[in-house]
Design a protein around this ligand. Structure first.
Ligand code: FES
Ligand code: FE2
Length: 452
């Protein structure tokens, strides 16, 4: 349960809010590259963290994301002409490049000199994995690109798509941090086991949790061969990244980006570290209606949505699956879109032990937001390899110290990631290297486990 103040802190991400400022210190996925298919194509409206923006691809193929309204007299730039390296307002012809510079101001005598004093709000963007990533924070703290495992893979190894959900980002994210719901929401009647399901799944022992500088780790320990235990760890990574349902070949990461406080974008990225995604995987992703929901043509809204009760089929529910809802992903959406509204009322909930991952993630984010308010910005964005940790699986002596073993495994994985990372990945296409108290950050030791 959260107090009303805590719930507000957790869920509000507009400009000037504590959580919104924290989010703005991290690169966020905001749209698909395909939404801007070629140079000088039609601009696209974008609303991210309650800011109205326009995205366009210029003649050189670079993506600009600028304020939705012209700085002259606030005309909507959506109607702008995308021409010769800039977006031109159709009201009086002012033109802006992808960096927000006014490059033409043709409607007055002083235009040639005055244009140098005019800027439009513009955010740096980078394209990776078919997705446009955007940084909306202070210019002097722009971090390197996050080291998500798919960021430097060839196109054929990655498939990502997005859809809109009609709820706050965090309640959508909670589904990824909720180990007990799979055995119910996503189960089929034929394979469901009776009784107390989740403790049995974990061999009776609850998982362990560790707060880290980048997020939270959930660790399960199971008996293995005599004298050994098998340890597996998953990561929640600030601000909204979760590795879920990762197979050993095709892995998956989910992200949520707030559109505003009551709507969010759900990005799901599937990738193969060692080779191209095969045809069957791609077909399943695009047409299987299981991993990604079918969308209303021309939109990113799912066909099954709140207005039609997510197409729940009560016959299916009676005889086949637990929820009666066909698509796996829509099963999640149906129970998270409305938890006493699009912003869940967390003053009215009764959490139990198995909700600890969610509790930890909430606290971790709120702590980071408060620290930023007190002048201590997050260090994780400047340790990009920490944001791309893969789920861990290893065996160790049953008598060994799990925390130490985990720390070593995490360090080793981060070192491998640092070595894999091309030097170009540290520079975003657009401006500004991180400065400010960069020395302190360079020295800051990112330890996998900062304490339970
Ligand atoms: S309002 Fe855009 S140029 Fe005048
Ligand atoms: Fe789920």
């Amino acid at each position: 349960m959260l107090t009303r103040e805590e719930n507000d802190l957790l869920t509000r991400t507009g400009p000037g809010t504590a959580m919104g400022e924290l989010f703005r210190h991290f690169w966020q996925p905001v749209m698909l590259s395909d939404e801007l298919p070629g140079p000088d194509c039609t601009p696209v409206r974008l609303r991210i963290m309650s800011e109205d923006l326009i995205a366009f691809r210029d003649s050189d193929g670079l993506i600009g994301v600028v304020d939705a309204y012209c700085p002259h007299r606030n005309a909507p730039l959506y109607f702008g002409r995308n021409e010769e390296r800039g977006l031109r307002c159709v009201y009086h012809g002012w033109k802006f490049d992808v960096h927000g510079n006014c490059v033409d101001l043709p409607n007055c005598w002083e235009g040639e000199t005055f244009k140098q004093k005019v800027q439009i709000l513009a955010y740096p963007t980078v394209e990776r994995a078919g997705i446009v990533w955007m940084y909306m924070g202070p210019k002097d703290r722009q971090p390197p690109l996050p080291g998500y495992p798919f960021m430097e893979l060839p196109d054929e190894n990655v498939y990502g798509n997005k859809f809109e959900t009609a709820c706050n980002y965090f309640q959508s994210l909670e589904g990824d941090l909720d180990p007990s719901h799979n055995a119910f929401l996503h189960s089929n009647l034929a394979t469901r086991k009776p009784g107390t399901i989740v403790p049995a799944m974990w061999n009776g022992d609850p998982p362990l949790f560790f707060d880290t500088d980048y997020g939270v780790q959930m660790v399960t320990v199971r008996p293995d061969e005599p004298g050994k235990v098998a340890v597996s760890a998953g990561h929640y990574t600030m601000t909204t990244a979760a590795s879920v349902r990762g197979g050993t070949v095709v892995r998956q990461m989910n992200f949520r980006t707030p559109i505003d406080d009551a709507n969010s974008l759900f990005f799901r990225i599937r990738y193969n570290l060692t080779g191209a995604l095969d045809e069957r995987e791609l077909w399943e992703a695009k047409h299987g209606e299981y991993l990604y929901p079918p969308l209303i043509p021309g939109t990113f809204r799912s066909v099954a949505n709140k207005s039609n009760d997510y197409l729940i089929d009560r016959v299916q529910q009676r005889f086949f699956n637990f929820s009666g809802i066909k698509s796996f992903i829509i099963q999640d959406v149906a129970v998270t879109d409305d938890q006493r509204g699009p912003i869940a009322d967390r003053t009215r909930e009764r959490l139990v032990s198995v909700d600890e991952y969610i509790i930890r993630a909430r606290r971790r984010l709120m702590r980071a937001a408060r620290e930023l308010q007190e002048g201590r910005p997050p260090v994780a964005p400047f340790h990009p390899e920490s944001l791309g940790l893969l789920p861990l699986r290893f065996t160790m002596d049953a008598s060994g110290d799990i925390e130490t073993a985990l720390r070593e495994q995490v360090e080793e994985q981060m070192e491998q990631a640092r070595q894999r990372r091309p030097s170009s990945a540290t520079d975003a296409a657009a401006p500004a290297r991180p400065v400010g108290d960069r020395d302190r950050l360079a020295e800051a030791k990112l330890i996998g486990i900062a304490g339970a």
